[in-house]
Design a protein around this ligand. Sequence first.
Ligand code: HBI
Ligand code: FE
Length: 279
Amino acid sequence: MTATAPSPDWTIPQDWEHFTATDHRVWDDLFDRQTRLLPGRVAPEFLEGLQLLDMTRPGVPDFARLNDQLMALTGWQVVAVPGLVPDAVFFDHLANRRFPAGNFIRRPDQLDYLQEPDVFHDVFGHVPLLAHPAFADYMQAYGRGGLRALEYDAIARLSRLYWYTVEFGLIRSGDGLAIYGAGIVSSHGETLFAQGSPSPNRLGWQLERVLRTPYRIDDYQQAYFVIDSFDDLLRVTLETDFGPLYRRLAGSVDIPIAAILPDDRVFTRGDQSHVVETV
Ligand code: HBI
Ligand code: FE
């Protein structure tokens, strides 16, 4: 249920002092658990971002301090919002290098449960890569693309690109795969599943393939898509004219989530052992 708009762009003061000692302890527990788990599993650029943004400090980050460093690196800033905001507002923020972060944190008994993106998902999950120039440019390109997708009524289709990259993307790293999607790196369970489980497919990222592949929001992914590099993801996104692509895909049939197509680049063929019951 969307609340009423607190301001035209839905931003609110972070009011960092409102976070309680319990809130800061929840952040620290989640942060410590993930930073023990991620090395060797996460793209190195993510860990570099944590260092560059001095996010190794204890407690929920103070956005004023975080933004001083983030703005200097890539011109991005984090803005506090009450929760999910309307699509058009979300895209406009991204198009202007503002990342909207939920201004609350889950309770101690909800460490592994997340109904709506809280400050740990949004800031620990999404912000470190905003310090990486190519990814910072990609997120702004996505925001601009979103504003355009509104004209084509293609939000649902474009949100698949966000889902399979920004939220749940994998990337080539050395001779293996690494995680970088915020939904993975901020989740203990999905970090282990996405990087190590034999269950899901891990397929080469390809723009049209992803735009034709739906996703589920209520369980681990059955398909992950692997980019070669952030530069490659940015290049393809910038050089694609999405208008004709939306028109061409308008009549196309979605690809079943767990399907592998003949021309898919297959990194791992899942055994679907963690099959999500079809509702
Ligand atoms: N609002 N605060 C916030 N954070 C999101 O990640 C978000 C949102 N609104 C809409 C949205 N994501 C997705 O539906 C986008 O695909 C538009
Ligand atoms: Fe997210």
